[in-house]
Design a protein around this ligand. Structure first.
Ligand SMILES: Cc1cc2nc3c(=O)[nH]c(=O)nc-3n(C[C@H](O)[C@H](O)[C@H](O)COP(=O)(O)OP(=O)(O)OC[C@H]3O[C@@H](n4cnc5c(N)ncnc54)[C@H](O)[C@@H]3O)c2cc1C
Ligand code: SF4
Length: 500
């Protein structure tokens, strides 16, 4: 009996799940463009283009491999699958278990046979042992991963005796001239151009600049990006992983998240390639950099995926800090603020749909957290703006890490900071009308005001947290507490109105 294999847009791999043993003589492929999905939101231009063009390239690639590929445009995925199945009742419907819950539920509701998703390095069953109210601390999880996968190990000890090089890494942007790695340009091909023309012709709701070759749309391009990162970025990765300089948007980051999340790259091959390059590098790549990079892939990425599945469908509705403010207007229109860090960061997202983790966490999510923005408002915005967005990765990062909306289940502290941190790690404050050292007054940095106000407002929830108890106690004793509260209320109102 023939199998019809459905491939969603984020499982473009031949090496995992059902495609590992697919056979072009007995299996046919189904790929569906869902009108519901396309019209569900205003898309960041590069993100929508990447999704559609990568899927189109993958369909052509599968045809070159001898597969028959049915490319359908339907109202929804299930409408498409039901229709094609009705026309081919002798065939059975199959897919790799989807990476995110809504599609998983949709496919099971119409009886699609699912093969486990083995594209992560950690089976979902390994997370089943954890209680949903007590996940492991990320550092513990990461060390277990290092030992289990036997990476950078010397027997049962970490190579060189240290698990963690954070104290040596995370430098601010250098004051002197510094040569940052040049990002790789991915020349757009015919399919890329045609896809963009289709987006324009369909008048899909988009925001941001048209695609310009920042993102590859094929596995070949993704592999080139991996090589480029290993050649130019990896050596300085650790040192500058948290730096936000004015003269480089990509710093030493790998820019691999979209390809990993679409299935164009496999995390195992990325880790293997990085470790081989480190071993062959004759100390040019420091251990502190390879360790920091490996931590992201086998630690953070796997931890986030495990958290998504372990926490269940109601996790996304968490709102432990009772945050109900709307998103500041500046997130959609950066011209409405003179906060230089927010203006530049939002412009960057609009341009290429990507930021490294510090602008995501310590600028955008930090503002949302300290203002008290509803977690789902931030989640919805990030989901439509980021080129690497997917439910499984976005929900824990926003609900657990960015907004502390889960009350500390995923992370042990809220990632709130005042202007001092942003002043140290970025180059934005010197061109800003606000003063990062001030928390009251017309020129007080909104981050600094909001930080103290946040600690005081949430002191009942946070005062027993050993990681922030001292700061909470200081916030409660501020001599200018009343003025901080007043200024914070004014900041919130002006962010809402787009006049700050
Ligand atoms: C509020 C917030 C939202 C985020 N949303 C997303 C998202 O939608 N999609 C996404 O892939 N990442 C997300 N991240 C994680 C991280 O910011 C990006 O993975 C990273 O910036 C991608 O750039 P890169 O590939 O150059 O990463 P590098 O810095 O080069 O890191 C290498 C890889 O590690 C993985 N990684 C590192 N940190 C994380 C993390 N916290 N969660 C998952 N994977 C991680 C990514 O696959 C990344 O490609 C978010 C982080 C925060 C704080
Ligand atoms: S002073 Fe405050 S608002 Fe201005 S750039 Fe610095 S942190 Fe951002």
């Amino acid at each position: 009996m023939k199998r019809l294999i459905f491939i969603p847009y984020d499982q473009l791999s031949l090496n995992s799940g059902i495609m590992r043993e697919a056979d072009s003589t007995t299996d046919e492929i189904v790929m569906i463009e869902s009108r519901d999905m396309l019209s569900s939101r205003t898309w960041q231009a590069a993100r929508l283009h990447l999704l559609m063009s990568a899927a189109e390239h993958h369909a052509v690639f599968l045809e070159d491999q001898g597969f028959t590929v049915h490319r359908l445009t339907e109202q929804s995925v299930n409408a498409g699958l039901t229709e094609i199945h009705a026309a081919r009742p002798e065939a059975t419907l199959w897919a790799t278990a989807p990476r995110s819950r809504p599609l998983h539920d949709a496919l099971t509701s119409i009886g699609v046979n699912l093969v486990p998703d083995d594209s992560f390095l950690t089976a979902r069953s390994e997370f089943d042992a954890w209680s949903t109210t007590r996940l492991p601390v990320i550092e513990t999880f990461y060390r277990q991963q290092r030992a289990r996968l036997n990476l950078l190990m010397d027997g049962d000890k970490p190579l060189s005796g240290r698990w963690n090089f954070d104290a040596d890494n995370r430098l601010p942007p250098p004051k002197s001239d510094h040569q940052w790695p040049e990002p790789l340009h991915h020349a757009m091909d015919d399919i890329d151009h045609q896809t963009w023309q289709r987006i324009v012709d369909l008048q899909l709701p988009i925001i941001g600049t048209p695609p310009d070759g920042t993102w590859a749309t094929t596995r070949t391009g993704a592999l080139r990006q991996l090589d480029h990162f290993l050649d130019t970025g990896l050596a300085g990765f650790g040192a500058y992983e948290d730096a936000v300089p004015a003269n480089s948007w990509s710093v030493n980051h790998s820019l691999l998240s979209p390809y990993l999340n679409l299935g164009l790259l496999d995390p195992g091959e990325v880790v293997t390639a990085a470790i081989s390059r480190f071993e062959a590098s004759d100390d040019e790549i420091p251990l502190s950099s390879i360790e920091a990079f490996i931590r992201q892939i086998i630690g953070w990425r796997e931890f986030v995926n495990g958290t998504y599945w372990a926490m269940g469908p109601t996790y996304v509705d968490s709102n432990a800090l009772n945050a109900y403010e709307p998103l500041p207007l500046a997130f959609d229109d950066p011209t409405t603020t003179s906060m230089n860090c927010i203006k530049k960061t939002v412009e960057d997202v609009q341009h290429r749909g990507w930021l490294h983790h510090i602008p995501r966490l310590m600028i955008l999510a930090n503002l949302a957290l300290t203002v008290g923005v509803h977690p789902r408002a931030l989640l919805g915005w990030m989901r439509r703006m980021f080129v690497d967005a997917a439910d499984w990765v976005m929900e824990p990062n926003v609900i657990g890490m960015g907004t502390h909306a889960d009350g500390g289940v995923m992370m042990t502290k809220p990632y709130a900071s005042g202007g001092a941190y942003i002043n140290r790690m970025t180059s934005y404050c010197s061109d800003c009308p606000f003063n990062p050292k001030k928390r009251t007054g017309e020129d007080a940095c909104p981050f600094t005001t909001l930080y103290w106000d946040f600690l005081e407002r949430n002191s009942e929830q946070l005062r027993r947290n050993p990681r922030v108890a001292a700061q909470v106690s200081s916030a409660r004793k501020l001599a200018d507490g009343e003025q901080v509260r007043e200024r914070a209320n004014e900041v919130r109102a002006r962010l809402r109105a787009g006049t700050l």
